[in-house]
Design a protein around this ligand. Structure first.
Ligand code: SF4
Ligand code: SF4
Length: 179
């Protein structure tokens, strides 16, 4: 059942998207990066409208790695507006492309929030390409929360920032809100 709280959250999300869209397009133009042969997010991330859980390949990935339903109404809106951090920030280097590093990294939604990374294959966060991507962000003062292939969460980065995140999550939980 959709509650008024859900509706408010959805409205706030839509406003955030409209405000952030020009910044996003600017960031894409700045890096000039294209997905190319990568389709890692179609594997690593959940797509609720398709009931696709994280860590499983989407049934619509075509053999050449593209989306077989690109341009059709069947393709969820979420897919069309998603850009991973590798595409929108040069804080990650070319060699950190998700199909190479094994980590699909979401840009942080707010300041003081960590980058959230999704393993494309089991153990990717512990392998040199994945560690390289995590270290690149941590060495610039960011934190990274990795969602591992087996559903665990691991945090990397500044301990002071991580403690602040945990404190704000605890406070939000105590107030009945979302972390
Ligand atoms: S993970 Fe990033 S680079 Fe790879 S297909 Fe998705 S948006 Fe493109
Ligand atoms: S619908 Fe297309 S873009 Fe979306 S997850 Fe599946 S293959 Fe990827």
């Amino acid at each position: 059942m959709t509650t008024s709280k859900d509706r408010l959250r959805r409205a706030a999300r839509n406003v955030r998207r409209r405000v952030n869209q020009p910044k996003l397009l600017e960031a894409l133009a700045q890096t000039g990066r294209e997905c190319g042969p990568c389709s890692a997010c179609c594997n690593a991330k959940a797509v609720p409208p398709l009931r696709k859980p994280a860590g499983t390949p989407c049934e619509h990935v075509s053999p050449d790695g593209g989306c077989a339903i690109h341009g059709s109404d069947e393709r969820p809106r979420e897919c069309g507006i998603y850009y991973c951090a590798w595409r929108v920030t040069d804080r990650l280097r070319d060699e950190h492309r998700p199909d190479v590093s094994g980590l699909v990294i979401d840009p942080p939604k707010q300041a003081l929030r960590p980058f959230v990374a999704w393993e494309v294959w089991p153990g990717a966060a512990d392998q040199p390409p994945g560690q390289g991507a995590i270290n690149a962000l941590c060495s610039q003062g960011f934190s990274v929360a990795v969602a591992t292939h087996d559903g665990q969460r691991r945090l990397f980065g500044r301990p002071d920032l991580l403690h602040a995140i945990l404190r704000s999550a605890e406070a939000a939980t105590a107030e009945g809100g979302e972390p």
